[in-house]
Design a protein around this ligand. Structure first.
Ligand SMILES: Cc1ncc(COP(=O)(O)O)c(C=O)c1O
Length: 306
């Protein structure tokens, strides 16, 4: 149902449609179709519903872009945002400066995260969290005197975002079609238990994936590999569930080879799998870094003590 304020701020559907078509570059868009048809414009939301400019109501099944975890129109969230915006709009946290809300949130996240993860680094979203992570991982190994450890292991059909590095980590071929990617990533097979090869048991399939991982490490050399990154459940690639024990076995191989294990929990954290962080609670892994975003104010790699 539209609130009084929303009803007052009604839009001119034609005007909006023309402005959008003329000026707005949309991501992930087929422009031949877009030039002809333009966009469906959403103007309002309430709970699980959104409403378009013509007043048609839809269930927002994907929750925005996996980010409206607690539904639209939460007055208490709006109020907290308004109070903060009027109290202090922004302050830098560079060098030895900080601001109170960022500090409080870091402490809260450290409390919610698995016990071994106690440090938070902020970014602006999931893609930039993954970018910042890889940059920091490279820096980490440089500082340890291991500058050859640069390559990142990712997986086919993984989705890690749209910035240059995050898109390079992504393994969905159509996302990168005719785009350049950075030559820093090796993609392993996706872990898709449902579509595993005909006649293979779940355990045999897990062995098969682990075998591929070990062979890849042998081929590239552990001295050249910095990290392995994975979504605990692959989201945009098809909501793909790995075989039982896959993540913890991968982590053990990484540990044995001095390869950092990064969990991209951008769409699995904050309640989606019943826990604030799924890595330990659901998949029994202790990642070196967990990246979170969406449905939560900022993206944060969590740094553990190794
Ligand atoms: C697993 C995962 N990582 C990263 C991202 C990128 O996040 P953002 O859109 O906030 O840049 C997404 C987006 O859906 C995602 O699903």
């Amino acid at each position: 149902m539209m609130t009084q304020q929303q009803a007052q701020a009604s839009y001119d559907a034609q005007d909006l449609w023309h402005k959008d078509k003329k000026h707005f570059i949309h991501p992930f868009t087929d422009f031949s179709l877009f030039h002809e048809k333009g966009c469906d414009l959403i103007t309002d939301s309430d709970g699980i519903y959104v409403e378009d400019v013509h007043g048609n109501r839809f269930i927002d099944g994907i929750a925005g872009l996996w980010c409206v975890n607690v539904g639209h129109g939460r007055a208490e969230i709006g109020q907290a945002m308004a109070e903060q915006a009027t109290r202090m709009a922004y302050f830098s946290t560079f060098n030895n400066l900080s601001n109170a809300p960022a500090t409080e949130l870091a402490a809260k996240l450290a409390e919610l995260a698995p016990a071994h993860l106690n440090h938070v680094f902020y970014s602006c979203g999931g893609s930039t969290a993954n970018d910042a992570t890889i940059r920091l991982v490279h820096y980490y190994f440089n500082r340890l005197g291991k500058p050859s450890k640069k390559r990142i292991l990712s997986r086919t059909n993984a989705y890690h975002g749209t910035t240059y590095m995050a898109a390079s980590l992504t393994g969905i071929a159509s996302n990168n079609w005719q785009f350049d990617t950075l030559d820093l990533v090796t993609h392993l097979s996706e872990a898709n238990c449902y579509r595993r090869p005909e006649g293979m048991s779940e355990t045999e399939y897990c062995d098969h994936l682990l075998n591929e991982l070990e062979q890849t490490i042998d081929r590239l050399g552990a001295d050249n590999i910095a990290a392995f990154i994975a979504e605990p459940i692959m989201g945009a690639g098809g909501v793909l569930v790995a075989p039982q024990g896959y993540h913890s076995r991968v982590q053990a191989v990484c540990r044995a080879n001095d390869i950092l294990f990064i969990a991209d929990e951008v769409v699995t954290g904050f309640g989606r799998l019943g826990h604030f962080f799924a890595s330990e609670a659901v998949f029994e892994t202790q990642p070196d870094i967990i990246n979170v975003a969406k449905g939560f104010p900022q993206a944060t790699p969590h740094w553990g003590q190794r």
